[in-house]
Ligand binder design. Sequence first.
Ligand code: CA
Length: 172
Amino acid sequence: MKPWVFLVSALAIKTAFVTIYLVALLSQKGDQPTALQQAFTEWRCSSAEPQGKERGWMCCPKGWKRFQKKCYYISDDTMSWAESVQNCTGMGSHLVVINSKAEQVFVSEEIQQSSRGPNFYIGLSAEKVGQWQWVDRTPFNVSAAPETTLNNWNDVRCEHHYRVCEAAAVTV
Ligand code: CA
């Protein structure tokens, strides 16, 4: 590729990102910005799922991973359970709630790629033995839980662990 072709391409891509950034800024003025939007200034956008009916772009904060319509944050530091809950909330998100096998597979793969661990907090806790509760009040159904297929959930002592936060992607 000739240098100027590369330069023009790079400029075009840069322009696209700047445009998306502006669109995101403008759209914030119309709707009430979400807590996630208020917490971050740098975003990465990609086109919505081509097979779906959704149009436009889906954006996640820089450094977060998008899967379907959600953004995920794999921490590189460790905290207690209570601090992890607060940290995710402070970023306009919550500790990850696993709603499907596909979501669990995605999160598991991201955790493995991060080469951190072995333990990550997810948004499931029990104040009393056996009384499991998701942080977003999603009912916990043992038989529907994907743990039977991947078998990688465990209750751990509430020491310092890594965490995975989840939030809805911002659509522009
Ligand atoms: Ca989820």
